[in-house]
Design a protein around this ligand. Structure first.
Ligand code: SF4
Length: 146
């Protein structure tokens, strides 16, 4: 599977260590792929900063490089606050570029998960619906990604 990753602009300096580790370990958003399926990152970029203008363009290059799926990084789900545009990004990329979008890359670090569960707006964002793989991750794995 050839994968493009788009991260949140607030973390644009991130080297992607957790995302690449999660891909190797097949956890978080990558748990959906069988262990023996080769995974290749064909693009890694950021949204361009709020309101995410780069989401309009960057999937084009990823698609040209063979991307079959786009992952929106876990930082969009558990930033403070989470990105308010996740749903729009997903729908836009899927409809405009015809590429499926998975919400999540690495497991949510446990300390972030605990903190977000105390936030009143977290439930309203229906993260369960959008990022079920992350929300139901084994607690032990989440702690390993603290
Ligand atoms: S919060 Fe959303 S739009 Fe803003 S920088 Fe992060 S991913 Fe981009």
């Amino acid at each position: 599977m050839k994968i493009g990753i788009i991260i949140c602009g607030r973390y644009q300096d991130c080297g992607g260590g957790k995302c690449f580790r999660a891909m190797r370990e097949r956890v978080g958003g990558f748990a959906r792929y069988p262990q023996d399926e080769p995974l290749e990152i064909v693009g890694y970029s950021y949204c361009g900063g709020c309101p995410g203008g780069n989401v309009e363009y960057v999937p084009a290059e990823m698609k040209k490089n063979g991307a079959e799926v786009i992952h929106l990084a876990t930082g969009l789900v558990v930033g403070y606050p989470p990105c308010p545009r996740i749903r729009q990004f997903k729908e836009f990329i899927e409809k405009y570029y015809g590429l499926p979008v998975v919400i999540g890359t690495h497991p949510i670090p446990w300390k972030y998960f605990e903190a977000h569960q105390k936030l009143s707006f977290w439930e309203k964002m229906k993260m369960e619906e959008m990022a079920g793989e992350l929300m139901h991750e084994d607690k032990r794995i989440m702690k390993e990604y603290n």
